[in-house]
Design a protein around this ligand. Structure first.
Ligand SMILES: Cc1cc2nc3c(=O)[nH]c(=O)nc-3n(C[C@H](O)[C@H](O)[C@H](O)COP(=O)(O)OP(=O)(O)OC[C@H]3O[C@@H](n4cnc5c(N)ncnc54)[C@H](O)[C@@H]3O)c2cc1C
Length: 302
C-alpha cells in the first residue's frame, strides 16, 4: 500500500471522527484522519461539558486530546490538511487537499458544523474586538461588564451561564418567545440573577469604535440601543459539507442524508455526527453515530 492510500479516511477530527477512526484502527484497518484546524471540533473550547461524555474528561480539550493520543497509539495517521474535494475512484474515493490527493477504500465524513453568523452590520468588523464565539476563552476579558448572548437553544443558554462567571450582567436575547433548550439549562438561566432574558427581540447591528460598545435591537415595538462590551451569538449550526459530491443528498439545512447505518446513497461513503441529517445535538449522539458507522465500515472491508 502506498503511503497515500488507506482502507479508511475520516474527514474531521471532531469527537465523531476521532471515535470512528480509533475504533477502525484498533480493528487493524489502515486509517487516516484529516483536520483543517485543530483536533476536537466544536467542543475544543468548552471547559465544562454538559452533558459530559460517559467516562471521559469534563473539558472538551482534555477529552479530545485523550482521544487523539489513543488514536496515535492505535496507528491512526493524522493529516493536518483541509479536504477540498471527494470523488469516486477505483472502487473507492479520491480525497483531495491543497497538498495532494489520497485514495481511500471507504470514507467517513465527520466534518461537523460551524456556528452560524448573525449576518448583521458590525459582526465581521468587530470580530476579536468584542464579537466572540468562545465564552470560556474570551469571557475573562469582560470582567464585571455587560455582554449579550444571542440564541435560545442549549449552546446559548450553556454559554450564557459560563459568562456569568466573569461578567457583571449577561443579556440573553432570543427572537422567539420561549427557549428551545433542555429544561436544566432553562432552570439554570432562570435561577441566575446575572442573566436578563429578552424574548421576541433580534439584534440588528453591532456598533462601536475601537471595540464593541453597543448593539441595536429590534424589540418588535421599535429599535433600541443597548450598551454591551461583548457579543456572543449561538443561533445554530451550519454543516461543513461543501466538499462532498453534489450527488450526495442533503436535507434542507445542508446536512448529509444517510440510511440507518450512516452510509450515504454512494456506496462506501458514510456521514456521522453533526454533519449528518438526524444526528442528535450531543457528543454522545455523535459518538453513537461513529460507533455504528465504524462497525458497518469494518464489516464492509472484511
Ligand atoms: C457552543 C457549543 C457547546 C456545546 N457543548 C456541548 C456539551 O457540553 N456537551 C455535549 O454533549 N455537546 C455539546 N455541544 C455539541 C457538540 O459540540 C457536538 O455534538 C459535537 O461537537 C459534534 O461533533 P462532530 O465531530 O460531529 O463535529 P465537530 O465538532 O464540528 O468536528 C468536525 C471537525 O471537522 C473539521 N473539518 C470540517 N471540514 C473539514 C474539511 N473539509 N477538512 C478537514 N477537516 C474538516 C472541523 O475543523 C472540526 O474539527 C456543544 C456545541 C456547541 C456549538
Amino acid at each position: 500500500m502506498s503511503d497515500s492510500a488507506f482502507d479508511v479516511v475520516v474527514i474531521g477530527e471532531g469527537i465523531a471522527g476521532l471515535t470512528a477512526a480509533g475504533l477502525l484502527a484498533k480493528k487493524g484497518f489502515s486509517t487516516a484522519t484529516f483536520e483543517q484546524q485543530l483536533f476536537g471540533g466544536l467542543v475544543i473550547n468548552i471547559n465544562e461539558l454538559d452533558p459530559a461524555p460517559a467516562g471521559g474528561e469534563a473539558g472538551g480539550a482534555a477529552f479530545a486530546s485523550e482521544m487523539t493520543g489513543a488514536n496515535a497509539d492505535a496507528g491512526v495517521t493524522s493529516i493536518a490538511e483541509e479536504v477540498t474535494a471527494l470523488a469516486p475512484a477505483d472502487g473507492g474515493y479520491t480525497v483531495t487537499t491543497a497538498a495532494g490527493s489520497y485514495h481511500a477504500r471507504q470514507v467517513i465524513v465527520a466534518s461537523g458544523a460551524k456556528l452560524k453568523m448573525l449576518g448583521v452590520p458590525g459582526e465581521a468588523e468587530f470580530e476579536g474586538r468584542g464579537v466572540s464565539k468562545c465564552a470560556d476563552c474570551d469571557g475573562p476579558m469582560f470582567q464585571n461588564e455587560t455582554v449579550v448572548v444571542i440564541g435560545g437553544g442549549d449552546s446559548a443558554l450553556q454559554e450564557a451561564v459560563v459568562l456569568t462567571h466573569y461578567c457583571g450582567k449577561v443579556l440573553l436575547i432570543h427572537r422567539g418567545n420561549a427557549f428551545r433548550a433542555q429544561q436544566h439549562f432553562v432552570d439554570q438561566v432562570k435561577a441566575n440573577p446575572k442573566i436578563e432574558v429578552r424574548f421576541g427581540s433580534t439584534v440588528e447591528a453591532i456598533l462601536g469604535g475601537q471595540m464593541v460598545e453597543k448593539i441595536r435591537v429590534n424589540t418588535g415595538a421599535g429599535s433600541e440601543e443597548l450598551t454591551v462590551a461583548g457579543v456572543f451569538a449561538y443561533i445554530g449550526l451550519e454543516p461543513n459539507t461543501g466538499f462532498v459530491p453534489d450527488a450526495v443528498q442533503r436535507d434542507a439545512t445542508g446536512r448529509i442524508v444517510t440510511g440507518d447505518t450512516a452510509e450515504t446513497a454512494l456506496p462506501g461513503l458514510w456521514a456521522i455526527g453533526a454533519a449528518r441529517s438526524g444526528c442528535g445535538g450531543s457528543l454522545e449522539d455523535a459518538m453513537q453515530d461513529a460507533r455504528r458507522a465504524a462497525e458497518a465500515v469494518a464489516a464492509r472491508l472484511q
